[in-house]
Design a binder for this molecule. Sequence first.
Ligand code: MCN
Length: 784
Amino acid sequence: MTVAGGVIGARVSRAEDVRLLTGRAVFIDDLRPPGVLEAAILRSPHPHARIVRLDTTAAAAHPGVFAVVTGADVKSLVRRPQPLIWRLAPGGPETVAYPLAVDKVLYTGHGLAAVAAVDRATAEDALELIDVEYEPLPAVTTLEQALAPDAPRLHEDWPDNVAGRAVVAQGDVEAAFAGADVVLRETFRFARQWGASLETRGVVATWDPFTSHLDAWVNTQSPHLIRELFAEVLGLSVDKVRVRVPDIGGGFGSKSGFYGDQVVAAVLSRVSGRPVKFLEDRRESFVATVHAREQRIDVEVAARTDGTITGLRGTVHGVLGANFSTVGLSPCWTTAAIMTGPYAIPAVELDVVGVVTNKPPYGAYRGYGLPKANFVHEHVVEALARHLGLDPHEVRRRNFVTEFPYQSPVFVYDSGRYAECLDLCRDAVRRAGWADRVARARAEGAHMGIGYAFHNEVSAFAPSRIVNMSGLDHSGFDEAAVRIDSSGRVTVHTGQTSMGQGIHTALAQVAAHALDVPLDHVTVVSGDTDSAPYTGYGTAASRAAAVGGAAVLNAATRLRAKVLRIAAHVFEASPDDLEISDGVVSVKGVPGRSVTLAAIGDAAYRRPHGVLPDDEEPTLHEREVYDPVNVATAFGCTAVLASVDVETGAVELLGYLIAHDCGTMINPMIVEGQLQGGAAQAIGGALYERLAYDASGEALTRSFAEYLLPTAGVVPPFGINHMETPADHIPGGFKGAGEAGVIGGGAAIAHAVEDALAEFGVRITSLPITPPDLLAAIRAGAER
Ligand code: MCN
């Protein structure tokens, strides 16, 4: 499809989809370099145990096996354990995590040895020949167990199981509570979940023994970051590592970190002299990919009788796994950092406490810390309204931030029109006739209700100043390069990774817009650290469209100026008198005086002499490093229509309406897809998904038979209404959209369920809302 310039805001089909839908995408498992071996990892059946004996002799002798390594072998071949890139608690204890367990296993699924063999089946057969003797140790799987005074310690050199602490504070909290008309308290619990992408994580590592160079294909969201961490752990200079990214079948944050199994594949390649592929199988991905979300949050809120919130204090407990993932405590800190959400709460003091448990490491998942913060502040608003006899929307309005820029405890919100967005959502609910539908259903004895949640989202994570200040050893800028070739076609080079979110299409739209060329004349290339521009932070925190898009916009705008200078020289005119349209440069108002971009490209590369001005370099190529001055704050409102079967506790979602603002939209169709996909994950988190463990630490959810994902059958029809409040500080005005759908869904669903069950006074303070829990709450309400 050819769309002329001016394509920002156009609903164009995604260029990525042709390859994906016709089976021509190349995923990690499609890569089979000559001589490739396949790896399998021996994983602990115990949640906590000392490794008394580990004998790999028989496995190494098994036909088809090329290499066997234990945790001790890997430790001797790496320079240092897994680095922590996010240091929130300087001076606090650090987990020393080698790629495989060395003396102790710390969770069910913890890897302790690995085999590379001719194929995965042979490697798995060899794993069975490894002789291990474990001395089981008592395990802790809950926050309360981990904090008990006599709790078994995971890391014996620590005084307790507390991995780190941080504080988020602003204003005079003591005074706010001393002068409050009303103080409410609540405890919230969020279950463990994860970014269960369709494609599991994998790596194909090739170690060159002659040059000590590692070539790693990884389905990662952060190729440059992974490259740096490979170099750090393996003791190589960065130029000795190349990371390439094939097509990715979903990342959802869980493919943004650095994993021990990536190092194991590199070490196995070094030991065997062959390329080595490791791809999690579906069952092991439940324990080998980072988990997320699990927290207990205790808060107290101080308010006046008119609904003005004057103070918020409490503790965010992160129920971490056994070891830190690369991001450490930061998802829990982020929950605290955004806990005031869209509300101007002047006094805040939130402690963040990260506690280790005998469960897999805790890391990123779409929305990071935000969905929990949203659940808390939206519950607070509804609870205050009930307590004070006010309309919850009035409480929202009374507390909304209205003056921008606004300094929250951590971030500066750049812009927003929260009250308008709330109205947009409520109008959509009105138009959909939900109130009548609820009234009719209730008249027939059914239990139906409507719930709302308002969110704001610190998106476009950057600049380097803030990224470094928040304790992250990485940069927040984006680099991009735009080239027009000798045939007049445009190639955009970006460090951003495509994982299903359509970023190549969006960046092509930005470049096509800036250069005024047909969209199908633009190709976007990414995914190879040897050639891709540097984007250290990678594709996460809904930053690719805003930060990556601005970098492309700036580079393409400069390139456009160069094209105009060359054409002006040809026409002996001023660049100001020229225009570009659909790939043709013309003198404004003079028909016939035009030259194609192809002709300028041809001259710029092949016949520069005489055509280019003397002071103009040959080639048509511009590069931009863009580091914004601030994050960009997107926002939205979610409304849900739900009914509850009071006999079974089952919740059915009947309607889902979103009002949303991500600044200037590059492609509203993709934004809508992003909102729907995020909302589906919010539905999973609200109603179905929970990584469960028994009291002894055994993992109970090891397949999709036990860990329920929302299917198309339970996802309701969506209605999406857009607003656009451009981010003034970002060229293009873009804000992020990739995580918005997941943030407000949990709270809106909970409020719809509470509304449906109003007669029973049910209050939802934990997610997911399971039928047994709901039935118990209904029964308790009926007995009151
Ligand atoms: N977009 C737009 N206009 C804007 C903002 C965004 O048109 N103002 C569109 C763009 O087409 C862009 C997409 O929305 O491709 C998402 O943009 P952005 O918000 O910048 O998010 P990122 O590209 O940085 O993607 C990461 C984000 C996150 S953090 C997760 S997790 C996530 C997600 O987006 N994982 C995804 N969306 C996903 N979608 C799919 N299909 N698969 C994943 O793994």
